[in-house]
Write a new protein. Sequence first.
Length: 250
Amino acid sequence: MLKMEHVDVFLDSDNGKRQVLKDINLTLEQKKIYVMTGPNGGGKSTIAKVIMGMVIPSGGKISLDHTDITGMNITERARAGIGYAFQTPPRFKGLTVRDMLELSARGNEIDPCSIMYDVGLCAQDYLDRDINTTFSGGELKRVEIAGLLARQLKVAIFDEPEAGIDLWSFQRLIETFDRMNRKSDAIMIIISHQERILRLADQVILVKDGEIAEITGQEKILEEISLLDSRCECKKNCIKGGNENVDCDR
Ligand SMILES: Nc1ncnc2c1ncn2[C@@H]1O[C@H](COP(=O)(O)OP(=O)(O)OP(=O)(O)O)[C@@H](O)[C@H]1O
Ligand SMILES: [Mg+2]
């Protein structure tokens, strides 16, 4: 179980310190998928970074399986089984994809080919390639996700895994998340704005203005999205004189 209690984060801004997270309280259970969603700038990635130990809260407590990890650094948290696939992944010069997967696996037996398949990359083309600037954004994103799949994690955080990923790979990724959830006991936190990812959620965490605005089942959020669609329909009708076949540009 991962628990955040009364977590506050202040970060530097042009006008001094700004509170980016306010009194975050979360209890996340093993083998569940939590989809974190909400407006841009709301604080989702910051929550992920606090869990990973990349952002230090000014107050509050974080515990994993009843052990206080608040004072642990990134490396210690990685060792404790927390993994984070970045919204914008870093590039590692001089490391091949295979090296990276093997390092991530830390001696556990893995099948690099099937991991590559899971993220929609052809093993033959990619396993022995250096993870350098020649990778496209979508390729890099998928390599980053592959790194997490190679690990045996207690907490796996995926930050906007859909970003820059084509529709075909996206479909496979959804199946991969579903399979990961069935095969492992990990707490999965997926930060996403995608309806199809929301459908995987045991619970949806809505983050807004640095606060947890709501924790709810996917049905409620999906209903809100469908209401947005109907508002969109109205807008279409206004603009295009009732032509229902025009694309909605919401
Ligand atoms: N290192 C930083 N220093 C100062 N402010 C920051 C820093 N990182 C993030 N912020 C600010 O904190 C707020 C929350 O950012 P965060 O990246 O957590 O949002 P988000 O919900 O992940 O948004 P998005 O959906 O756009 O990815 C934003 O206003 C952002 O500008
Ligand atoms: Mg973000």
